[in-house]
Design a protein around this ligand. Structure first.
Ligand SMILES: CC(=O)N[C@H](C=O)[C@@H](O)[C@H](O)[C@H](O)CO
Ligand SMILES: CC(=O)C(=O)O
Length: 333
């Protein structure tokens, strides 16, 4: 889908579908982001170019095979920071287009090292009909205080004030040591479109303090898949993660078991996920391995990762996929 020079969506079909926000009022909806959100991988050709032709089948796989209805595009799993601005736009457009009538929410990660690039992607996400945007902290020159980070986030959010805005907290990748709850301090005063947080860290006290000051219209999504249950106990509204691409069904059962108060069942499923991830970690689990595992499980040829990540061999991913099927009881031990 292309945009006209004045920034209007040239695909009325898509934009009409996603007009739950009113750009004139520039106020985002309070439609909460809950449940499971798959952080999508970026399909690349064997030569390393973005291959948007796989996104249609990818949407169908998530919806039909994994029961996942929301996606988080161009984040860590999607190698967003390794893509060009144009590639990120193409991907956002295709996910919105193919997700039409099939996905509930398409959240586009627009964080970049350059504020200008982030603003351009934020505007584009709004024009494309995304349901929300998320921004990671810049990590080369790092913000020196929570207030400086809020100012950066505010300037990005202001480029798309009609879209729900989520801060993406992932200290292990950004190297930022600030606590998320400090960053949330008074954030809605400067960012009226602020609607929550994706928390990809292990500090559950920090997460709990975010939950305790969270107004009802925010969503606090947890992003460390192997300890999701602990975050649910702490009050997470949902989860965003890479493993929901291929473990969506099983983790949906974990969420239901938790909602029904069946902690024994929820724990059994969480332990299965931990078993799969710890087995993968022993084999050197990284994004490349994760992506190849998704290829093996889904059958979608998503291609290699982009440099500086190195491709993972197919036999290695096959042995992980076999372990996954064993642990999930889809195959005899
Ligand atoms: C660093 C990273 O990619 N984190 C992902 C989301 O934030 C997670 O979904 C992990 O991939 C997952 O928890 C497996 O460790
Ligand atoms: C896991 C996640 O949310 C990401 O890949 O950005």
């Amino acid at each position: 889908m292309r945009l006209s020079s004045h920034g209007k969506c040239l695909n009325p079909e898509v934009c009409a579908f996603r007009t739950h926000t009113n750009p004139l009022m520039a106020t985002p909806s309070n439609r909460k982001l809950t449940g499971l959100v798959a952080a999508t991988f970026t399909p690349l050709t064997p030569q390393g170019d973005v291959d948007v032709s796989l996104i249609g089948p990818y949407v169908d796989y998530l919806v039909e095979q994994q029961g996942v209805r929301s996606v988080f595009v161009n984040g860590t799993t999607g190698e967003g920071l390794s893509l060009s601005v144009d590639e990120r736009k193409d991907l956002a457009e295709e996910w919105c287009l193919r997700g039409k009538d099939k996905l509930e929410q398409v959240i586009v990660h627009v964080g970049c090292l350059s504020l200008k690039d982030s603003q351009e992607l934020a505007r584009h996400a709004a024009e494309t009909g995304a349901d929300g945007i998320a921004v990671i902290a810049p990590s080369f020159f790092k913000p020196s205080s929570p207030d400086t980070l809020r100012r950066f986030l505010q300037e990005v959010a202001a480029a798309a004030p009609e879209l729900p805005f989520y801060y993406y907290h992932i200290p292990a990748m950004t190297g930022l040591s600030m606590r998320a709850c400090e960053i949330l301090e008074g954030i809605e005063d400067s960012i009226p479109s602020f609607r929550g947080l994706k928390f990809s860290g292990g500090d559950l006290m920090d997460f709990g303090q975010c939950v305790s000051k969270c107004p009802p219209h925010w969503s606090l999504l947890y992003g460390v898949d192997e300890q999701l249950l602990s975050a649910l106990v702490m009050g997470a509204s949902g989860a965003v993660g890479s493993t929901y691409n291929y473990l969506g069904n099983r983790v949906s059962s974990l969420l239901s078991a938790f909602d029904e108060g069946d902690l024994g069942k929820a724990r059994t499923i969480q332990f299965q996920i931990q078993d799969i991830i710890s087995y993968a970690v022993k084999q050197g689990f990284d994004l490349a391995v994760n992506k190849q595992l998704m290829c093996e499980v889904s059958g979608l040829p998503l291609g290699p990762p982009r440099l500086p990540l190195l491709p993972c061999s197919s036999p290695r991913a096959q042995s992980l996929a076999q372990r996954l099927r064993q642990v999930l009881g889809l195959q005899k031990m």
